[in-house]
Design a protein around this ligand. Structure first.
Ligand SMILES: Nc1ncnc2c1ncn2[C@@H]1O[C@H](COP(=O)(O)OP(=O)(O)OP(=O)(O)O)[C@@H](O)[C@H]1O
Length: 334
């Protein structure tokens, strides 16, 4: 029995000199709701195109349900909502959705699909009279027009305002609750955080994190500590705070006379808190909180950028050194 919904094995895809996907290894399992998160140009759309058989990898292999992506799509096991491609415009929403249900090998009832996508109220409207957000919901309806095992959505909430976005998330979650595997690409960390049970972070075509959003936040390691220091409890030097163990950044404000609010970002909240007391300070209203997914994401990608920068500098200095050595060799030959 195949227990993999999808698998990328050593996948690479370049456009000329741009490596859009660079050595991707990944398995999606049945019933997961997976967010593919990454900044612009990270390789999300290319990965989804490869998964759907719309592009061929230069290296490695991509399988869907253990076989070629196209075979799974022809069998009606996959529904997709992509960024590209227009909708047929001179038809009503209901007619378009009906058509999608009719041609799908495992088509569902049009009434059910309209309800699940939350578009019944504008089902009689012509497609070319819809707002951008409504159009996105119709695209979603087309992706769920059949009884698919996998639903792939590329930035589905682009163009939706906040309230529409939240009701759309409920529609996505309902698909996952019905046992379908859902893979969606997004820029919105909030979306990944609240819907996905697994978050994949792509950066420059590479998978740099894979876990629950809680695990990804924990990997970034940082915590925020906030408290007040009252002059009445004794004075303090800001340098004492700066040298506490684990401190990554420090912010001290004095909005009320005699009271300083201290905010610390730390790699080790326990050590920092112990250090505060050891320094003889009396922190009032001490709070410790984890960082959000956004901060975790920035920390992880920032670390990689620094590592890449350091590697490039090393490579450059190695190149310069070998050029120097070659020149020295030439000198000695002369
Ligand atoms: N058809 C193409 N021809 C040339 N380069 C391309 C093509 N499609 C994508 N790229 C490049 O490949 C890289 C990855 O692009 P991709 O669209 O997969 O990323 P993305 O994470 O989906 O970005 P976005 O969030 O902006 O949609 C980018 O540098 C992009 O400019």
């Amino acid at each position: 029995m195949v227990t993999e919904v999808a698998a990328f094995r050593g996948v690479g895809k370049s456009y000329g000199r741009v490596r859009a996907v660079d050595g991707l290894d990944l398995v999606l399992r049945p019933g997961e709701t997976v967010a593919l998160l990454g900044p612009n140009g990270a390789g999300k759309s290319t990965s989804l195109d490869l998964l759907l058989g719309l592009r061929e990898p230069d290296r490695g292999s991509v399988t869907l349900f253990g076989g070629a992506p196209r075979a799974a799509i022809e069998d009606g096991r996959v529904g997709a909502m992509l960024q590209s491609g227009g909708l047929m415009s001179d038809v009503k929403v209901r007619e378009l959705v009906q058509l999608a249900c009719d041609v799908h090998p495992r088509g569902r009832s049009v009434t059910e699909v309209l309800t699940d996508a939350g578009i019944t109220e504008f089902a009689e409207r012509r497609v070319d009279k819809l707002s951008g957000g409504q159009e996105q919901r119709v695209r979603f309806a087309l992706a769920i027009a059949g009884d698919n095992d996998l639903i792939v959505l590329d930035e589905p909430t682009t163009g939706m305002d906040v309230s529409v976005r939240q009701s759309f998330w409920a529609s996505m979650r309902a698909q996952a609750d019905a046992g379908r595997t859902v893979l969606f690409a997004t820029h919105y960390l909030e979306e990944a955080d609240s819907i996905a049970d697994r978050v994949l972070v792509l950066h420059r075509g590479r998978l740099i994190a894979d876990g629950s959003s809680a695990e990804i936040k924990a990997r970034a390691g940082a915590r925020r500590i906030a408290f007040e220091l009252h002059d009445a409890d004794g004075g303090f030097e800001e340098s004492v705070l700066r040298t506490l163990p684990g401190v990554q950044s420090l912010d001290v404000t004095a909005r009320v006379p005699g009271v300083r609010t201290v905010r610390i970002r730390t790699a080790d909240a326990d050590a920092t808190a112990a250090g505060i007391y050891r320094a003889g300070l009396y922190p009032r209203g001490l709070e410790v909180a984890g960082v959000g997914l956004e901060q975790a994401f920035l920390t992880i990608t920032g670390e990689l950028d620094r590592q890449d920068g350091a590697r490039r500098a090393d490579e450059q200095s190695a190149d310069e050194q070998s050029t120097d050595e070659r020149s020295a060799d030439k000198e000695s030959v002369r």
